[in-house]
Design a protein around this ligand. Structure first.
Ligand code: ATP
Ligand code: MG
Length: 413
C-alpha cells in the first residue's frame, strides 16, 4: 500500500514554537498591558469580512487590494476576504454596531492577517498584527496619544535602534494642491520612472515618493515637499502633533518622503523604522484616516491609528524569552511518585508553574528540570517521604535545603 504523504505547510505560513513562540507571546502580552495603561479597550472582530469592506475603504488602487487579498466566494456565492489589516474591519464594526455613541473610542486588537505576498524573512502570507485606533477624535491629541503608546510599547519591549519618522499629508485642500504639483513634476520625469511608478502616476502619484525601486529615486528625491502647500490649519495641526511628542519626550524625525498609499489619509503619517531587518524595516506604521468611515457609507468621522507586525517585533527582541517555570518535581520510586502527584496538584492550585520529571534515572530527570528552564527542583525519594520534607535544590548554584511538604508553596514563591 502506498505510504500516506504528510501534507506540506502552505508557503508563507508558520508554525510558531519554542523560543520563537515565547517572543511572540511576550510581544502580545506587553501590548495587552500597555494598551490598558492608555485606557484603550480591547475588541475582537471577524477574521473575514464582505470583500467590499476592504475594497471600498483601503482603495482599489493599493497593492493590498489589487494584488494581496485572499478573496473567495463562499458556498452561498457571497464574496468574502480574509482580513489583510484591522482598520477597515474596525471602521465597519463602528458603523454596524452603533459604536458612534461611545465616540471618541479608543480601540486595541490583535490577531492574524492575510496577504498574498512573496514570502521572505519578516514577510509572510499569514502574519499577525497588533493594532490601536482612535475613532471619532479629530484632535491632534489623539495622534499624540497613539504615538506615545507606540513609543512606550517599543521601550517596554526593550527594542532599540527604532526611529519614529513623521510626516504630514495635510488636509484635503493641501493634498490636492500638492498632488497636482507632484503629477506635474513626475510628468516631466516620465522617462526616468519604473513601470510600476508610471502606473502609480496615473492612479496614486504620492506612492512614487516612497518607491523602493532605485530607478525612481532621483525623481522621487527631487520632487516638491508638501510644506509649500500646507494650509494654515494643516500646519497648525502638524505643529500641535510635534509639540505633543516633544512634551511627552518622544523623539521623532521629519521624513517628507513618507506617504501612505490610501486616498483617505490626512494630516499625520508615521512609521517606526529600524535598519536591523533589511528591507522589512518598518515595524509599526499608521496615520490619520479622516475619510475612511465615509468611504464605507458612514457619516464624516475622524480616525487615526497604527498597526505593527508581531513577527517583526518578536525578531527584534534582544534576549530569548525564558520559559517561566517555578519548579520541577523529581520523584524517585513508586511511593514518591504517588505522593508527588498530590503535591504537584496542590502547587499548581496555589498558582505556581510546576512540572514533573518522571522518566529515566535521577541524572536524566535533573537534566529535564534544567531543560525546562525551572528555577528549582523538588526532589522526593524514600528518605524525604519518611521525613515529610522535600529536598529543594536551587538549579542556578546547586544549593539544597529541606522543606516540609506543607510549606513548599511558600518556599517556591
Ligand atoms: P511593507 O512596506 O513592509 O509591505 P506595509 O506598508 O504593507 O509594509 P502596513 O500595511 O502598514 O505595512 O502594516 C503594518 C505593519 O505590519 C508593517 O509595518 C509590518 O510590521 C507588518 N507587515 C506588513 N506586511 C507584512 C507581512 N507580509 N509579513 C509580516 N509583517 C508584515
Ligand atoms: Mg506591504
Amino acid at each position: 500500500m502506498a505510504r500516506i504523504q504528510t501534507p506540506h505547510r502552505v508557503r508563507g505560513t508558520q508554525d510558531i514554537f519554542g523560543d520563537e513562540q515565547r517572543r511572540f507571546a511576550h510581544v502580545l502580552a506587553t501590548f495587552e498591558r500597555v494598551r490598558a495603561l492608555y485606557c484603550f479597550q480591547r475588541v475582537d472582530i471577524p477574521v473575514f469580512e464582505a470583500t467590499e469592506v476592504f475594497a471600498r475603504s483601503i482603495g482599489e488602487t493599493t497593492d493590498v487590494v489589487s494584488k494581496e487579498m485572499y478573496t473567495f466566494p463562499d458556498r452561498g456565492n457571497d464574496s468574502l476576504t480574509l482580513r489583510p489589516e484591522f482598520t477597515a474591519g474596525l471602521a465597519r464594526a463602528y458603523l454596524t454596531e452603533g459604536w458612534q455613541q461611545y465616540a471618541p473610542l479608543k480601540l486595541a486588537t490583535s490577531g492574524a492577517v492575510f496577504r498574498y505576498e512573496r514570502p521572505q524573512k519578516g514577510r509572510y502570507r499569514q502574519f499577525h498584527q497588533i493594532d490601536a485606533e482612535v475613532i471619532g477624535a479629530p484632535e491632534p491629541a489623539a495622534d499624540v496619544e497613539l504615538l506615545v503608546l507606540a513609543d512606550q510599547l517599543l521601550r517596554e519591549l526593550g527594542i532599540e535602534g527604532v526611529t519614529l519618522q513623521l510626516n504630514t499629508l495635510g488636509d484635503a485642500e493641501t493634498r490636492d494642491a500638492w498632488r497636482e504639483a507632484l503629477v506635474a513634476h513626475f510628468e516631466a520625469h516620465r522617462a526616468d520612472l519604473s513601470e510600476d511608478s508610471l502606473t502609480r502616476l496615473a492612479k496614486n502619484p504620492l506612492r512614487i515618493l516612497d518607491s523602493k525601486d532605485p530607478r525612481d529615486r532621483p525623481a522621487a528625491d527631487s520632487a516638491p515637499d508638501i510644506d509649500a502647500y500646507l494650509t494654515v490649519e494643516a500646519r497648525a495641526f502638524f505643529d500641535a502633533v510635534t509639540a505633543g511628542l516633544d512634551a511627552a519626550g518622544v523623539a521623532w524625525a521629519r521624513n517628507p518622503r513618507l506617504v501612505r498609499g490610501l486616498d483617505y489619509y490626512r494630516h499625520t503619517a508615521f512609521e517606526f523604522v529600524t535598519d536591523r531587518l533589511g528591507s522589512q524595516g518598518t515595524v509599526l506604521a499608521g496615520g490619520r484616516y479622516d475619510g475612511l468611515i465615509e468611504s464605507l457609507g458612514g457619516p464624516a468621522t475622524a480616525g487615526v491609528g497604527w498597526a505593527a507586525g508581531v513577527e517583526r517585533l518578536a525578531m527584534l527582541l534582544d534576549e530569548p524569552v525564558a520559559p517561566t517555570i517555578d519548579a520541577v518535581i523529581v520523584p524517585m520510586g513508586a511511593a514518591a511518585e504517588a505522593r508527588a502527584t498530590g503535591i504537584l496538584a496542590d502547587l499548581r492550585r496555589a498558582g505556581l508553574a510546576v512540572d514533573m520529571a518522571y522518566k529515566g534515572k535521577m541524572k536524566q530527570r535533573m537534566a529535564k528540570a534544567d531543560a525546562l528552564g525551572a528555577r528549582k527542583a523538588i526532589i522526593i525519594g524514600d528518605d524525604e517521604l519518611a521525613a515529610g520534607m522535600a529536598a529543594v535544590k536551587l538549579l542556578a548554584d546547586g544549593s539544597q535545603r529541606a522543606v516540609p511538604f506543607a510549606t513548599l508553596a511558600e518556599a517556591l514563591r
